[in-house]
Design a protein. Sequence first.
Lengths: 278, 308
Amino acid sequence: MMAPLVRNRIRGMVIHAVLFIVLGFWMVPQVYMLSIGLRTPAQAFDAQLFTWPVTFDNFVTVISDNPLGLIFLNSLIITVATVAIVVAVSSLFAFACAILRLKGSIFLYTTLLTTLMVPLASMVLPLAILLKNFGWVNTYIGLILPYAALGVPFAMVILKSFMEDAPRELFEAARVDGCNAWQTYWHVALPLVRPALVFVTIWQFIVTWNEFFLALIVLTRSEMKTLTIVPMQYSGLYMANPGALFAILTLIALPLILLYVLVQRAFVRGLLAGAVKG
Amino acid sequence: MRAGSVTTAVERRSASRASRLYLFALPATLLFVVFIAYPIVWVAGQSFYAGTADRGTVFAGLANYTTVLSDPTFWTVVRNMFLWGIITIPVQMLIGGLLAYFIERHTHALRGFFRTMFFLPVVTSVSVISLVWVQIYAPYYGIAQEYLKHIGIVMMTSPIGDPKTAIYALIVVNIWQWTGFSMLMYIAGIANLPNEVLDAARIDGARGWRLAVHVIVPMLAPATKSLLLLGVIGTLQTFPIVHLMTGGGPNRASEVFGTFIFKQSFVLGDTGSGAALSVIVLVIALVLSLIQIAVLGARLSPAGKQDP
């Protein structure tokens, strides 16, 4: 009979090994993408996950041939503006519901929540017509405001539940000290829910950066396009040259992956702090 | 203000201050009214009108609905959406839940590494993912046919090029992309399990598999309910993977609501039937969500938070 300690060690090693094997399979698409991007034209169509030797020529070519910086900037402007609006608007609303407890705010809250049950697929046609009437096709604002409207309900749920969990005495103390509602919001409520704000910011950033359906319809002029909708264009352009295509796909996917790796600790911390309560 | 009271200057001032507090709720309400509520009302109205030759519209009653419902593609879409949800949601829960369990309870130093790596497909642009999977599935030069033949699966064509298999091949991609999300939801659930309950169960002799199945799984019910709710909405709004990988083909075999609405509205320019389809999708989403909320008691929040 084995000592429990030894048995635990062995079990831990087996579990790690299995996790690594599963992860190996899980990473195949990304590894494959990078691998094709690193191939010479002669190897580009080899049905292998890895080939040798590797070359960085494809990356050099696609970077010098395409306005990737401009496309990146479009994505960045739309995403940052959306995130800023969502965080500001949803935290104000959550404050009105959870702390000010305005009359009728719970009714409004429930109404806004129904947005979470609305699939985007049923919204693209009416939104497209609305934006056309506003003259907002091919503008940043034409994506930013609909994205914000779609993002606010989720953020609001999380921020409201955090504010409700915060000790009420703090808000009472602020009132006694003569803080008005705005000061209480800014100096008490927001700092208290910081992990939730971080979580909401990161999640909204990911969702907005990767949104495809509405961007496809609203952004038709090539100089307005975002990173998410340009790949189709390149798949036509580089049809005979998979090396270049997959190099550019790698570059398109990279910014958000790097960003996530940088912020994942704060993201998961917000999640574990109760942003999503199990 | 109390009825019948004389309005004094002081009361008026405090009333105006109280109403000024509604400014906190105003921006969110405005966004909702302009970009969610108004478009929904508009599309519902538009679904009763049909376009005319001179680019005007004429009241058509339920004609758009009968046209859509008698289109065989509509029923292909319904079948595909059913398959999509019924396969994707439980498989993601199962894989995501297993990953979460082993990562949270049996790893320490590498916990952050595994959490991040399995989540990466979620943050990888869906259009990039779609093109990579087209390459994986490709006949002759794709790696799927090359490696699967070693385990006895011979693919003569691309699985997305065959009407019989296309939808399943797309479902695989969707599962792969979103399992990390299920995993993270369960990780949050497992990390927040009260230790006292786990200790009590352990003292009662529940260990390993028994502990997982009889204690942990039931306690993760809120996360499961949230994933179900999000899974249904996610299924109904499926678009990019299908649009980019098959375009709803071959021969419309992999059409989903997203691509169907896209084609009717923006390719054919048939606003009437596009609107009718939008309303149908909306109604399906609302009905399915309300059934879940009624039957499972799932709260309409992605947080799945329970009242203390």
